[in-house]
Design a protein around this ligand. Sequence first.
Ligand code: OMP
Length: 215
Amino acid sequence: MQDYQRDFIEFAIKQGVLKFGEFTLKSGRKSPYFFNAGLFNTGGALAKLGQFYAAAIVDSGIEFDVMLGPAYKGIPLAAATTVAMATGFQRDVPYVFNRKEAKDHGEGGTLVGAPLEGRVMIIDDVITAGTAIREVMSIIEQAQAKPAGVAIALNRMEKGQGELSAIQEVERDYNMPVVSIVSLEDLIEFLEEKGDMAEELNSIRQYREEFGIKS
Ligand code: OMP
């Protein structure tokens, strides 16, 4: 784990974004931890979050033409990340987001912002079973654009439909990489180092046995 990843986990815990307890996920799985990106809910937190995403994207070396923030949670993520790309990396990246409901007046349509064309970098919060991200892919397909990659905050490293992880299945099916600021493996390492959260660590290890992939 890199220093910035450790910083990110500390930041997420401090912000109340990363919580430990018992949570029911969208997939129905019962998880001992939950990452609620909506709680990066101040200007300062969002600015910092954007810097983490921008660093992970630049680090990945993935080339793209436009950033897509899927409604709703992806919208502030894409805005914050493009601001960080401009201020921290001198890259003025166009961004676009979708509306959940099409607008039939004014400019109309479901897309707001830059044209959705060329190679698209998708910004999202978390991938568990991969359902949400597959829905986003249809927006790109409809626009006849090309997916360049996905950047998420947390890779939960959970099983997909077969032996591969949900993320590996997404990478295979859409032929694009998924990058994350941190993964479950980093979180486990962080808790091991911390040493005072043995119970939480134990529950997460058990959960990983049931729903996780090895690495
Ligand atoms: P999948 O569609 O199963 O990949 O789940 C991803 C979505 O679940 C995310 O976009 C979130 O809306 C939500 N989620 C979290 O926000 N944080 C978590 O730690 C876990 C989930 C989840 O429900 O799996």
